[in-house]
Design a binder for this molecule. Structure first.
Ligand code: HEC
Ligand SMILES: [Cu+2]
Length: 315
């Protein structure tokens, strides 16, 4: 049961990059040291229990007691803090955006919203939401910010955790050494749907990453059978959502590639058959109080037509 915690897409004990590796070393180091301290304390306790009361001498006991206070209350915690600092400071340096010798890191802006993630690649202008696509083997500087309350960015298998504070920008360096899917999660309570604020992370080999960026820079053409859906979408949904070439809303997740997303509502609803229709009809039941109003005023046929069109939006 304990070992089950060492695996999975979100385990800090299964690092997939140098920054996360550093955090994992620190964790194991602390585990070993505090394990030893626990063993020592339990042994002393057992020894004390087994001592016969006849050997008790009040004067000697006072002296011994003072020594234990010094050793256990000052020396041991002091030593522990020193060791932690000696280990922790160099490891923490790996998560800072320090200058590098090689090519510069990739910059990605991630903004927390109640309760979704906006993701932007400033070098190419590519925008997405609720998913972070990275190249393998290249350092990435994630510039975090918040649009409302305090959130926290954390992808445990790739790096450390950083608070996202309204009105401030901060940068966290991470890197993926292996291609694969990872999971991030808002790590600071930010309201009712905090638990439904997951970030799907995917590390791609460099050619695949470049191909994804290139594909994202061209808007998907609109097939004639979706023209009516687009007309219904533009004036209402388009107020909040951007779809490249269709609408320019900025209050809600960019939907230009929503058809390729692994889940809807920041991890709330897996992309099974019919998930898009279900999300549009039931999103306030699936993720109560989320920032999107009910679409009850739209005819169901129109909503389903929009869903069918959104399904096709993939890079
Ligand atoms: C008042 C602004 C607003 C309007 C209007 C609006 N939405 Fe949304 N929508 C949101 C917000 C905010 C979210 C994010 C909710 C969350 O996950 O917390 C969202 C989420 C979504 C998602 C899920 C995106 C993802 O990445 O998980 C889809 C799909 C979507 N909306 C489609 C639509 C459609 C279609 C319409 C029109 C029928 C529409 N929206 C109208 C604000 C809006
Ligand atoms: Cu949160």
């Amino acid at each position: 049961m304990l070992l089950a915690g060492c695996q999975g897409p979100q385990s800090a004990l299964d690092p997939a990059g140098p920054a996360a590796q550093a955090a994992a070393w620190l964790w194991w180091g602390m585990f070993a040291w505090f394990g030893l301290v626990l063993l020592l304390v339990v042994t002393l306790w057992l020894v004390a229990l087994r001592r016969s009361p006849r050997q008790y001498d009040p004067e000697q006991a006072r002296q011994v007691g003072r020594r234990w206070i010094l050793a256990g209350g000052v020396l041991l915690p002091g030593l522990t803090i020193l060791i932690l600092l000696a280990f922790g400071i160099p490891l923490g340096l790996r998560m800072l955006p320090l200058p590098l010798d090689g090519p510069p890191p990739l910059r990605i802006e991630v903004t927390g919203h109640q309760w979704w993630w906006a993701v932007r690649y400033p070098e190419t202008g590519v925008v997405t939401a609720n998913q972070l696509i990275l190249p393998v083997g290249r350092p990435v500087d994630v510039e975090v910010a918040s649009a409302d309350v305090i959130h926290a960015f954390w992808v445990p298998r790739l790096g450390g955790k950083l608070d996202m504070l309204p009105g401030r920008r901060a940068t966290l360096r991470l890197q993926a050494d292996r291609a694969g899917r990872y999971r991030g999660q808002c790590a600071e309570f930010c309201g009712a749907q905090h638990a439904h604020m997951a970030l799907a992370v995917e590390a791609l080999e460099t050619p695949a990453f470049e191909a994804w960026q290139a594909a994202r820079r061209t808007a998907s053409p609109i097939a004639p059978e979706h023209a009516a859906a687009v007309e219904a979408f533009r004036p209402y949904c388009g107020e909040c959502h951007r779809v490249a070439g269709v609408s320019d809303g900025r209050r809600a997740p960019d939907l230009s590639d929503v058809g390729a997303r692994r889940s809807l509502g920041a991890g709330t609803l897996a992309r099974e058959e019919g998930a898009m229709r279900r999300w549009l009809r039931e999103h306030q039941r699936l993720k109560p109080h989320n920032g999107m109003p009910r679409h009850d005023h739209l005819p169901e046929a129109s909503l389903d037509a929009i869903a069918a069109w959104l399904e096709t939006l993939a890079p």
